[in-house]
Ligand binder design. Structure first.
Ligand SMILES: CC(C)(COP(=O)(O)OP(=O)(O)OC[C@H]1O[C@@H](n2cnc3c(N)ncnc32)[C@H](O)[C@@H]1OP(=O)(O)O)[C@@H](O)C(=O)NCCC(=O)NCCS
Length: 338
């Protein structure tokens, strides 16, 4: 039977994509990365700033069996392209993955990209998940490890230890004399946008990146405003908290929790960054716990918050564990030149 590959998410393809994505994850990573057709349609309709994405669906005799997203940075990292490929478990080991990879290489060449990057599942002891097929697949294609394992932790808010959170916050408040916390929803206030751009631009260089070949992103106020607009267009609701250094009036720490009401029970704990000059005052814990409080008031229906950290990011992991996040699954990063 021959494989047909279609591109784009127009018409009913967003629904096909979302259903297949959910079915594959129900096997590989149960309960993770929920999507809906509308969410997926908005990925294509409202692309992320400075990024171009291509979506492909693989079909066997009219049945959807595989999905692939290719993501191309458009303002920096112009030699890179990332691949996210998933084949339905009942159609694996039949050469579909390899055919999609050939298409990815073709698209990379057409876009003058020479560095392919991808991620796969990573086996962690104690997790009741199937052995990931991704590592042997990508190694067979010539990818090398980027020595960057990322671990997803989940906070089930029904198990939140309120006393532990209060204690964490009290200790952070005590250690952060000279700073004040502020919170805001959705769009970045004009008076903070330059500071947010500076902090956002540091993220890729400050967070552990292993050997992943990635230039620091060029982030300015316009790019922050563009990202705010995309989040708004996609219908996402964001809660932010920051710490301002009272003496200089600068925003020196920032964190965000984002929620897509399409999946009413779920949210992502995203960015957390503290300016290196202001570390050592528990500002990370301060903004995270304050933001969690703010978020729970704003979105009382959300039950689960997921977050990613590099496995070596001990400081951030310890804050997350103290808050109540627990390991759910892990990913390995890979890259190869073509
Ligand atoms: C990884 C994945 C895409 C492979 O898809 P697939 O259609 O089964 O891949 P192919 O049939 O083209 O396999 C090509 C080769 O990869 C290797 N391979 C694939 N799965 C493997 C496994 N479970 N164990 C060992 N080797 C494997 C084999 O060498 C295979 O060739 P062979 O079957 O002739 O021995 C699929 O298992 C999947 O969707 N996994 C979850 C998502 C993921 O990890 N994606 C990876 C990169 S983005």
């Amino acid at each position: 039977m021959s494989l047909t590959i279609t591109s784009g998410l127009s018409g009913t393809q967003a629904e096909t994509w979302s259903n297949l994505h959910n079915a594959i994850n129900a096997h590989d990573l149960p309960g993770c990365f929920p999507s809906t057709p509308e969410m997926v349609a908005r990925f294509e309709r409202y692309p992320w700033p400075a990024r171009s994405s291509e979506f492909y669906i693989g079909w066997l005799a009219g049945e959807p069996v595989a999905i692939m997203e290719l993501s191309l940075p458009m303002r920096d990292n112009l030699k890179n392209m990332s691949i996210d490929l998933k084949v339905h478990p009942s159609h694996r080991r039949g050469g579909i993955g390899r055919k999609f990879y050939d298409l990815a290489v073709e698209r990379a060449k057409a876009n003058d990209r020479t560095k392919l990057q991808t991620h796969t599942g990573f086996e962690l002891p104690g997790l009741d998940l199937p052995v990931p097929a991704g590592p042997p697949f990508v190694q067979g294609l010539g990818f090398e490890s980027a020595n960057l394992t990322e671990v997803m932790r989940r906070f089930d808010l029904s198990t939140a230890d309120e006393a532990a959170l209060d204690d964490l916050l009290a200790k952070a408040v005590q250690a952060s004399d000279g700073y004040r916390v502020l919170t805001w929803a959705d769009e970045t206030p004009a008076e903070l946008v330059e500071d947010v751009a500076y902090l956002d631009g540091r993220l890729m260089t400050d967070a552990p990146m292993g050997d992943l070949d990635f230039e620091p992103a060029m982030v300015d106020a316009d790019r922050i405003r563009e990202a705010d607009q995309v989040n708004k267009d996609r219908g996402r609701r964001l809660c932010h908290a920051g710490a301002v250094h009272t003496e200089t009036g600068k925003l020196v720490a920032w964190t965000t929790i984002s929620h897509d009401p399409e999946v009413d029970w779920h949210a992502w704990q995203q960015i957390t960054i503290v300016d290196p000059e202001h570390r050592g005052h528990r500002l990370g814990a301060l903004v995270k716990v304050e933001n969690l409080r703010y978020f729970r008031q704003a979105e009382p229906g959300v039950k689960i918050i997921d977050t990613f950290n590099a496995a070596t990011n001990n400081y951030m992991i310890s804050i997350n564990e103290d808050m109540g996040f627990r390991v759910k699954c892990a990913f390995a990063n890979w890259q190869r030149d073509i």
